[in-house]
Write a protein that binds this ligand. Sequence first.
Ligand code: FAD
Length: 292
Amino acid sequence: MNPFTYHTPETQQEVLTLLHEHGDETKLMAGGTALVIMMKQRLVLPETLISLHRLRGLAEVQEIDGALHLGALLTHRAAETSPLLRTRLPVLAETYRRVATIRIRNVATVGGALAHADPNQDPPVTLLALDARVQLASVGGSREVPLVDFFTDYYETVLRPDELLTAIRVPLPQPHTGSAHVKFLPRTADDYATVGVAATVRLDPATETCQDCRIALGSVGSTPLRALQAEAVVRGQRLTPELLREAGAVAQQQTDPISDTRGSADYKRAMAGVFVRRALEQAWQQALTAAR
Ligand SMILES: Cc1cc2nc3c(=O)[nH]c(=O)nc-3n(C[C@H](O)[C@H](O)[C@H](O)COP(=O)(O)OP(=O)(O)OC[C@H]3O[C@@H](n4cnc5c(N)ncnc54)[C@H](O)[C@@H]3O)c2cc1C
């Protein structure tokens, strides 16, 4: 690794001031599970490293005004085991449980996972399907960005060099909503997904049609993505096997995967169609069961 200056601030204000003073040559370190690897590979060479491990107050889960707020420094393990998350948003708790191994989950943070912006990660997919927003702070103030606008390219986001991601806000689903996350893992259980899909379906209980839905995919492009055209296929309809197949086929067209050790681009595209169908089916069945 290159030589760097190491800071361990204890307050958010100190972090923001350091970011403001050191700018582009600075990196924040939360769990360090992604950053240290990138530094060792010399893919990032920060002159200043700001560790967040002494910072307090950004690692809670709270329910505020119909949404869960996840502090950026919450670890994946704390998210996975949070009673509030498990009760109110079980699909998200389960998604965090599917990340890597328990050793990684014990230190990797929910904010670090989004800021890292690897399109193969799991939590962004479910958070997109849940219509989450991220809260960003700098010395100039704070802003909230819908997650759908947050990722811009491989490992790139709209985060400015002087900004700290402070929280993720996830609206609680409306009544009669089912949700599912499926992770296609043909290799080992702790691997990144070959394809990951999350879906939410809101049912109109009177007609048993889909009032609204959101579909998100990971590992099939330069960012996690929303399958907006496939959502349009499903909205307002009763979910028949034919319609689910059509939604899968439409979602597939929106993907642009690369070939790698987890599968060829063609294979991933085909699997995207299959797993969109399965995620929708699971979410749909959950909504139906809850409504009947
Ligand atoms: C062996 C291994 C297996 C893995 N398998 C999976 C998997 O199956 N599924 C999956 O989803 N992920 C997987 N991951 C990725 C893992 O989820 C990420 O490494 C982790 O989420 C990053 O979080 P962190 O807190 O360690 O971030 P760090 O490594 O500390 O930081 C990552 C990036 O985010 C920035 N950053 C961190 N916190 C903030 C903040 N609050 N505000 C602004 N910027 C910030 C850092 O500057 C850095 O650029 C795996 C990682 C490893 C090492």
